[in-house]
Design a protein around this ligand. Sequence first.
Ligand code: G6P
Length: 468
Amino acid sequence: MSRLIVISNRVSPPKTEDGSGAQGGLAVALAAALREYRGLWFGWSGRKTDKFTGHIDMQRAHGVTTATIDLEEQDVEEYYNGYANRTLWPLFHYRIDLAEYDRSFGSGYERVNERFAETVTPLIEPDDLIWVHDYHLIPLGQQLRERGLKNRMGFFLHIPWPPSRLMVSLPYHEKLVRTMLAYDVIGFQTEEWLESFCHYVERELGGTVDPDGVIHVGDRSVHAAAYPIGVDFKEFTEALESDAARESFERLRTSAAGRRTIIGVDRLDYSKGLEERFLGYRRFLEKHPRYQRKLFLLQIAPPSRGEVATYEVIREHLDELSGRINGEFADVDWVPVRYVNQGYRREELAGFYRAAEIALITPLRDGMNLVAKEYVAAQDPEDPGVLILSRFAGAALQLKDALLVNPYSKDEIADAIMRAIRMPKEERIRRWKAMVEVVRQEDVVAWRHAFVEALEKARPPVRREPTP
Ligand code: G6P
């Protein structure tokens, strides 16, 4: 069996054998893939160094080998805070108004991708499968090819791919997209992002797309498809059985004192639609005063990318808005918004999801959104909660039985909350059953198998020459 080399900007070594602890769902999933296929996980350590040395820090923990490098301050500023998070992230989330184009970002992005290629190349064996993740590393495949690697290489984009009309606002967009042709397989979260990509290839690169998803541009053929990522259903439902989950369930239910909980869990990011969500919730309180003291919104939003100005701005707005709503509606014994800026362990979150009668997940644009799937996975089959989900999250294409809303509409959010409160138990069970089937079957194990299989089939492996 070929080894698997996973390359991503961030590397989260497993903290425990079973994946419990503070790690995100994707980290747990990739660690499981690496245990299955052996191999290693390469990326940035998250640390800064004065001078880039290319030193690789190899670690082995709970059956997974990680290899990380430190980056210079300027690298982090131009590549991570700059091109990845000030240029591509807003553009790919349809926010060209927030996208910044600075020449130094582009050159820093290229430089760091070269650094990744330079350091990882000696670790790669000829028949390894290489799987590159996300928008930080789009040109890495090409960089590796330029260093002579003939391995099968795949790229998976975790975030949306924007419509061509937005994509062309990126200076040198064509150069960037052409580098993707170095991969054998390109994966997107949904058919919608895949369609936008194929449209771009036809319109801007003069390529053609076969009905089976093979893209042809000049003499390059690349397989492009949608591989919707899922949660680790088994691992998550086990987390639900843990003492930590039981405790957090009790903690929330006790403090709710008979009131219903509406939960939201998101990184503090403008793409998550938190301001619009708060305003939609405010509209609900305004429209239905008799429900005011009967529920509350628990919004968990750990801060993210704090060195990028747009994230500071959204944080200030939310501090202000949550304070304003509480000032306006709160009473001595009731606060309508519990706005929490800290993160919680997976087990604790599982307990919170189980305890919350309603989930309000309303990103303005989201590649997939695993919180929606985790909420479904955590429900009590006898008495499940209601999921209110943005129609602009990738997950909405699979979770069709959620209450789908336009996150820009305060009234749609307010009406969906009302509908969730009034929903009869039979309807809640019917909707949940349909959703949990999807979440169970199209889980993260199925996702990684589908992607790795496509990569294995992309073309025959290049075997090492036998030594004479
Ligand atoms: C999104 C991206 C990931 C990223 C994560 C957290 O889910 O698709 O690539 O790791 O956000 O963002 P951060 O900048 O903290 O890595």
